[in-house]
Design a protein around this ligand. Structure first.
Ligand code: ADP
Ligand code: MG
Length: 396
């Protein structure tokens, strides 16, 4: 991977267009979770401290090329100012007169937030003219929005070809962590893939079996594999129509030298409810009226033992229906073990996915992982082995 970082650029006196992810949750007119804002602060501060001027480019919600007042980035400005500890200017458009005026008024160290890029239809079309209008505002381009890098949009892709471009700190951290996990990992490498469905993660499974030594399958996805092996799964979440696909994945894994691990025992219940009566049965003995909601204790112990033999772990998808106790047991135990091995220096651990991040937070294990990606779709596409246009445009 070769891409420029902030350290390769001279920001003094220059206007840097910085693409960030400010697509934060809003409740009652105010930002309710500032995680995404906090994560882009190091990049903004690096540039302002170097005497640069920061013009922030970002999308917010899905206005679909229209100017939708409720989707104005102005709502994010107070939270950004509070997090940054300095005033942030605002321009009512990301191109044209309003943007030019705001940028022209900046002194070194200043920050201005440009209005939602998706107010322009050209953004999602990756329109080079829109990109040129944005590029005309500054002298350098910094992309710190890995989470938007799977989309070839004017502010993530086209613009990177029009100005000297580099990755921001968050993008750099994400790419470095992902490369350590799957690009050039220390072996053996294990992948945990769980979650709800095989059908949403086929490309991901297809890529992983060519890259990892051990593929641990859990969650609802494991039910589909168990059914494909001819085992009863009762009323479990299961995609019976994916049986052939699951068998093909098993055959490909074996050809690729990747060992596939399915649970040997499972936790079943008659209903999916907190505190529902539950029992442990062998993976080939799910009663007709029961559903599999978690990996069993024997399967959990096997995963923990396997992690102890691996040097790298990449994880997407919980091992069970983790939202409701006690069906979070295997996920919690394995996540905590991964964190413990990481703290010992024995394991590099990278995880991502919306529900996976929630599950690791619930387990109190997220901070113990080497890297937890909050990038959602971009993380999944990376796990699928796809080229991310926003990353490729940086020359990475
Ligand atoms: P991510 O968002 O991290 O990519 P997914 O969306 O694929 O993960 O999967 C998470 C969902 O899978 C959770 O809602 C969880 O309850 C569900 N799930 C996991 N195991 C089971 C199971 N055995 N039965 C039903 N749902 C399950
Ligand atoms: Mg999900």
């Amino acid at each position: 991977m070769a891409f420029k970082t902030l350290d390769d650029m001279d920001f003094a006196g220059k206007v840097a267009l910085v693409r960030v992810d400010l697509n934060v949750p809003v409740e009652n007119g105010a930002v309710s979770d500032t995680t995404r804002i906090e994560r882009v602060l190091p990049t903004i501060r690096h540039i302002t401290q170097a005497g640069g001027k920061v013009a922030l480019l970002a999308h917010f919600a899905r206005p679909k090329g229209q100017r939708v007042p409720e989707m104005s980035l102005a709502i994010v400005r107070p939270a950004l100012e509070a997090a940054l500890g300095q005033p942030v200017g605002f321009a009512e458009d990301c191109v044209g007169i309003a943007a030019k005026r705001a940028v022209a008024g900046m002194a070194p160290g200043d920050v201005v937030l440009l209005e939602n890029t998706r107010f322009h239809a050209g953004e999602e079309r990756n329109d080079p003219e829109l990109a040129a209008a944005m590029a005309a505002l500054g002298e350098l381009y910094v992309n710190d929005a890995f989470s938007a890098a799977h989309r070839a949009h004017a502010s993530t892709e086209a613009i990177a070809h029009q100005l000297p471009a580099c990755a921001g700190r968050l993008m750099e951290a994400e790419l470095t962590a992902l490369d350590r996990a799957l690009g050039d990992p220390v072996r053996p490498v294990a992948a945990v893939v769980g979650g709800a469905k095989v059908s949403t993660k086929l490309d991901l499974l297809g890529n992983l079996i060519t890259r990892v030594d051990h593929l641990i399958i859990g969650g609802g996805m494991a039910n589909t594999f168990l059914a494909a092996q001819g085992h009863p799964v009762g009323t479990s979440l299961c995609e019976h129509d994916m049986a052939d696909t699951a068998r093909a994945v098993m055959a490909q894994a074996s050809d690729a030298g990747c060992t596939l691990h399915l649970p040997s025992d499972v936790v079943v219940a008659r209903e999916f409810a907190a505190g529902a009566a539950h029992e442990v049965v062998a993976a080939d003995a799910c009663p007709d009226d029961a559903m599999i909601l978690d990996a069993g204790p024997e399967a959990q112990a096997a995963i923990i033992a396997l992690l102890g033999t691996c040097r790298t772990l990449v994880w997407n998808g919980p091992l069970g229906a983790f939202e409701i106790a006690p069906f979070d047991t295997a996920t919690n135990a394995c996540a905590r073990e991964a964190a413990r091995l990481t703290a010992e220096g024995a394991l590099t651990s990278v995880a991502g996915g919306g529900d996976t991040v929630s599950a690791l937070n619930r387990a109190g294990a997220a901070a113990g992982f080497s890297y937890v990606s909050t990038a959602g779709g971009a993380f999944l596409e990376w796990m699928e082995g796809k080229t991310l246009p926003g990353v490729a445009a940086l020359g990475a």
